[in-house]
Design a protein around this ligand. Structure first.
Ligand code: TEU
Ligand code: CA
Length: 560
């Protein structure tokens, strides 16, 4: 595979509202980010992905943009932005911005024009339809509960919104819309940013006639993803975007693409396709069984192996993977895939090893590098996420479901798990703010925090630092071929990486027991060295046979 900087990078995601507050208003901001760049440099990451910082009424925390060319006033000014970008570049850190172009805010001037009359020149910037027999134009279910349609009194038509009512979908079929987006991208790239993370980019092309979705269980609304995910023109639009914008810069792109198979993904990231650098696939964060996201069904190690290995194998030599276990939309990785109790530190390190040793660009979500955990708020009022509140209205207030049962699920799966303030130190509010934080801090900040992690040479932080440093030294971590071993083992997830005549063996214990590892016979070696491990390893033990401790991880280099 061709060597490129973004394949060799480690990306750190900042959710600005919750990262660092510089002025005591309880909301993270750009000057707060600037004040913590030395921390990121110490960690060693080479790229920051910054969740949206554009002007927004914050119905969905910045994923509802009312002006693409201004900074949200709560976050600072364009001058702060310019300073932040320079400060990152001075430290050798590149900046990837969030591109939210499937929809805007309903407070964007384009939408204000669009809804004002059917004849307005901006009418066709959005997707408007007449009702059908006094109902919505079709039965599609929104990502955030209820219909995707909202009736607008003024012109007596409905507009489409896959997310909240305040996030109307842009009409990408209109070439004027596409030109506006390309110009806006050029504006930011000319400022010197290094790439885009593209929000729900595989939803920008809807099928022309917007048919009803199949509705076997006869609910009021039904999932219509097949009519808007990976739609008929999505690749034409991305090629056009690539020709007009992306190809002109040395940049990276990562498309957020829920619902893609590996075959679909290769159409976005195939090396010859001239579309995107990589995509975020969702299969491993959607393992929870038929009831979907809002269920407590446990995930299975066998499924995780099968999914991750399929992505490793199917993209190998053809297109690039991204690697992530959590982000601002997902529960905390250590709570979900590891253990956030007795073995928090060990399991956080194990998960990091498991992920960073695979092929692809790893993404670290803020706080993951110190093993931050899920939070449990006891009252629905303490949650802030619009998705959670819409769900609550739909299922408890309108639907009469048991509030305690739903709260329990929200505590495990809700997006606010990822959005509590970054835990900097043991001062009140975790050192995030001197004021009242916009969302409560996780009470475990007293022990789980950056300051503590920096002092402890055995911390999760120092383990991440080592993994990131290893990637800079060893091309095998980036370009080596992945092969799953011990496929059927119920507790161990093990694999090898191979580059030329170099072989690395990666062994991860996903549970709190003491399984034994036996090296498959075909893997012969004469000498070995230990690359990294999350426990002290007895030097007399060999990679041929050993017993693992709870959540233990080891990486060996095998010499033939
Ligand atoms: O997310 C899109 C998406 O489909 C999911 O990640 C979704 O938010 C999640 O599964 C709901 O549980 C992107 C952003 O990452 C998210 O924060 C925004 O809310 C959404 O788009 C709308 O812009
Ligand atoms: Ca602030």
């Amino acid at each position: 595979m061709e060597r490129v900087w973004w394949k060799e990078a480690v990306v750190y995601q900042i959710y600005p509202r919750s990262f660092m507050d510089s002025n005591g208003d309880g909301i993270g901001d750009l000057r707060g980010i600037i004040s913590r760049l030395d921390y990121l440099k110490e960690l060693g990451v080479s790229v920051v992905w910054l969740s949206p910082v554009y002007e927004s009424p914050n119905d969905d925390n910045g994923y509802d943009i009312s002006n693409y060319r201004e900074i949200m006033s709560e976050f600072g000014t364009m001058q702060d932005f310019n300073e932040m970008l320079d400060a990152m570049h001075e430290r050798g850190i590149k900046l990837v911005m969030d591109l939210v172009a499937n929809h805007t805010s309903d407070e964007h001037p384009w939408f204000i024009e669009s809804r004002s009359s059917k004849e307005n020149p901006y009418r066709d910037y959005y997707i408007w339809r007449e009702g059908k027999d006094g109902h919505e134009p079709n039965n599609w279910l929104s990502f955030f509960s209820g219909s995707v349609w909202n009736y607008d009194e003024r012109t007596k038509e409905y507009y489409l919104h896959l997310f909240t009512q305040k996030q109307p979908d842009l009409n990408w079929g209109n070439p004027r819309v596409r030109n506006e987006i390309y110009d806006m991208m050029t504006f930011w790239l000319d400022k010197g940013i290094d790439g885009f993370r593209m929000d729900v980019i595989n939803a920008i092309s809807k099928v022309e006639d917007l048919p009803d979705a199949p509705n076997p269980t006869n609910k009021r609304y039904a999932w219509g993803g097949q009519y808007f995910l990976n739609g008929p023109n999505v690749h034409n639009y991305l090629r056009e975007m690539n020709d007009r914008v992306l190809s002109k810069y040395d940049m990276m792109t990562v498309g957020e693409t829920g619902g893609v198979s590996t075959e679909d993904a290769l159409l976005y990231v195939g090396e010859e396709r001239r579309e995107l650098s990589m995509v975020f696939q969702f299969e491993h964060v959607e393992m929870s069984g038929p009831a979907g996201k809002w269920s407590l069904e446990p995930w299975e190690l066998a499924d995780l192996k099968q999914i991750m290995s399929r992505w490793q194998n199917d993209l190998y030599g053809k297109g690039w993977n991204s690697l992530y276990l959590n982000n601002h939309d997902q529960p905390r990785a250590v709570s979900r895939f590891g253990s956030d109790q007795e073995y928090r530190v060990q399991s956080a390190k194990m998960l990091a090893t498991f992920l960073h040793m695979q092929q692809g660009t790893p993404y670290i979500y803020q706080g993951e590098e110190i093993g931050m955990t899920n939070v449990k708020f006891d009252r629905i009022e303490d949650y802030r996420d619009v998705e959670i509140h819409n769900l609550w209205k739909d299922r408890v207030i309108a639907g009469g479901e048991d509030p305690d049962a739903l709260l329990h699920i929200i505590q495990a799966k809700g997006r606010d798990n990822a959005r509590t303030p970054m835990q900097w130190d043991a001062h009140p509010n975790a050192g995030f703010t001197t004021g009242v934080p916009w969302i409560n801090v996780n009470p475990n900040y007293v022990t789980v925090n950056v300051e503590e992690s920096l002092h402890d040479s055995n911390s999760v932080f120092h383990y991440y630092q080592k993994l990131i440093a290893l990637r800079r030294e060893h091309l095998i971590m980036v370009y080596g071929k992945y092969d799953l071993i011990l496929d059927d083992h119920s507790e161990i997830y093990a694999y090898t990486r191979t580059l030329g005549d170099e072989v690395w063996l990666v062994v991860n214990n996903f549970y709190g027991e003491h399984p034994t590892f036996d090296l498959p016979k075909e893997l012969v070696y004469s000498t070995f060295d230990l690359i990294i491990a999350n426990y002290d390893v007895d030097p007399s033990e060999t990679p041929a046979h050993f017993t693992l401790r709870p959540y233990e991880s080891r990486v060996y280099r095998l010499h033939s």
